[in-house]
Design a protein around this ligand. Sequence first.
Ligand code: ADP
Length: 782
Amino acid sequence: MTEENEIKEIMELPLLASRGVIVFPHMVIPLLVGRDKSVAALEEAMMEEKKIIIAAQKDETVEEPDIDDIYSFGTIAEVKQLVKLPNGMIKVVVEGLERAEVIDYLDTEEYFLVEAASRPEEKVEVTTNVNALMRTVVKEFEEYIKYNRNLPAETIMSVSNIEDPGRLADVISSQVELKYKQLQELLEATDIIVRLEKMLNLLQDEIEVLKIEQDINKRVKKKVEKNQKEYYLREKMKVIQDELDEDKSTTDEIDDYCEKLEEADLPEKVAEKVEEEIEKLDRTPNMSPEATVIRNYLDCILDLPWNKETDEEIDIKNSEEILEADHYGLKDVKERILEYLAVRKIAPAKKSPILCLVGAPGVGKTSLGRSIARALDRDFVRLSLGGVRDEAEIRGHRRTYIGSRPGRIINAMRDAGSKNPVFLLDEVDKMSSDFRGDPASALLEVLDPEQNKEFGDHYLEVPFDLSQVLFVTTANVAHTIPAPLLDRMELIEIPGYTEDEKLKIAEGHLLPKIYEDHGLKEDQINISSNAILKVIREYTREAGVRNLERKLAAITRKVAKEFVEGRDHKALVAVNSVEKHLGLPDYEHQESNLENRVGVATGLAYNQAGGDILDIEVAVVPGKGELTLTGSLGDVMKESAQAALSYVRSKQNELNLSDGFYKKYDIHIHVPQGAVPKDGPSAGITIAIALASALTGRKVRGDYAMTGEISLRGRVLPIGGLKTKILAGRRAGIENFILPKKNENKFKEIEKEITRDLNVSFVSHMDEVMELLLLEDENHAD
Ligand code: ADP
């Protein structure tokens, strides 16, 4: 007992012996109470003023403490809350009020009843020194919080606002994790300065301990990190190991290539090249882009059929059977092909021309190519040249180019798998040339037997032998095939089919294929002949059968769908159900306009899609003698118009035209369907008759269609594509034709089914045309 802290009040209170907990004034704390004496003490307190003195046991392990086992210095507390728990224990919340010292034990039987003297806090003047001490304590507490993660940072706020020094020490005491003996010392320190100093010392000690702890933690962490580092290195080592393994696989790869090289039995030069490249690959880092380039090259070169060849036995009889089985009609074409094969059989070494199948889309060019391969028992490859304008597409890029690859020819040979396939070059008429070189001349080298033994592809670098390949080419029209190519070719024209032929092709060839493709059997579907004819007439307008094939496939699809949806009996597609499947017709089955008209004549034209009829219109209006031509006409057609005009001028008298009529009128020649480019000389006589009609005002017979080139003097010259044109005229319902006399022999070659009921006039001069077609009329233009 110190002099400064005198005993203020003596009171009688129950005592609670606490274990491990020191209650400070101002502290609100929950306690769990279970021992009988303690429970009884609490009960007693509740009966009085709810006050109790809480003093700690000196040894917390003692179950039944005696007087001596309890510190005499404690805290008077008020019981704020008391809850009895089901297990007989009591949970209380107490608030420390003031320090107190036990003076005497009055009763120890049921509970401890003591006489205690309170030790209220005396007021201390906050001098500079005290203030400095307080601040140091707060600072150290701050430091302590930094090291002790369990305390929230806000605690510092509540502490730094405390102005009472004694209270400051007490509040901090309740926050810092101290041993309870140290806490008891703080409790017993009734001198506030001493208490603060003690607090400061304890804080510093604690901080020191925490620092050391942290240091140890760091070291432990470092150790863990070191372990992690080792783990990482070990992982890395694994990757390196894998890499090393891959190196092993590189050697495997090199071995593979060497093996393939041996097996391939390559020509000497090629083998040398391959060997060189393999060595290069061996020296190149596995993952480098360069290695990929070499690998691609090796794969390409080793894939090519340098020595693989299929046996060829040309058996004309067998070939004929195959061609016959695959295609309906095409009598001439088949014959020409067989002749060609026969010549190859008799004189294999001889330089034979290249076959070129010319015809509109869907007339069977590609499938003929396939048949030829089948007939010869050769592999078949196909390459479309449509739109090829870069020489490199034929010959490849040098390997110095990024992403370079072989040209299309070599690529196709890779696909072919043998060095003597039938190689179909589609659309040779659609190649164009520009600044990137002339693909046609590259193609010439491909086709020329003198040169193609050593065909040079830029990518390949070593020559490839194409001399065993049987090239077959196709084109829609002959006149756009580059001249040097045309020179080497033997043209076989496929003119297109009549309705009847189309019907036979559909029934005999297209439908069986279509049904099979759609998984239908003959006993499930039947499309009647009349239905097919309706499709031919009203849903297609073509020389070939491509659209017909599509439309029939569309009908079959619809029927196949019905079967999927549960249909259980055969589907009969009759003529009246075509519209149900295909919608309204695309074309009217129109008879052409057979009316007689002034200034209009019907020509027969030959174009990419086969043949067609073409009305040529001429209008004459007063003017200065200008000649205008419209409707996308090519130069040749324009020249034809000039020639026609010259002819008409030479007939001035016969036609009753006034002197210099051509200077007084402007003449406008138009060919409808302006968007479709048209060219060729064969519209000459048609233009001339339309012109004469327009100038004289005499009508032209509308039931005739004509074709023929005209010379300045009016001679009528022969034209090409005769059968195609006749077929087109027939499709349009025309029966009367005017054709050049010089084409008469060709005409006789056309199958009788096509020409039988036609009325054909063969003419050699334009005068005859005028005679036949120009009707007498009074309305003169002049
Ligand atoms: P192209 O190559 O001339 O454009 P395709 O060879 O591709 O024409 O022929 C189109 C379709 O018509 C193919 O299914 C083909 O078998 C068929 N075809 C064409 N003509 C006949 C024919 N005369 N006999 C049998 N089927 C033919």
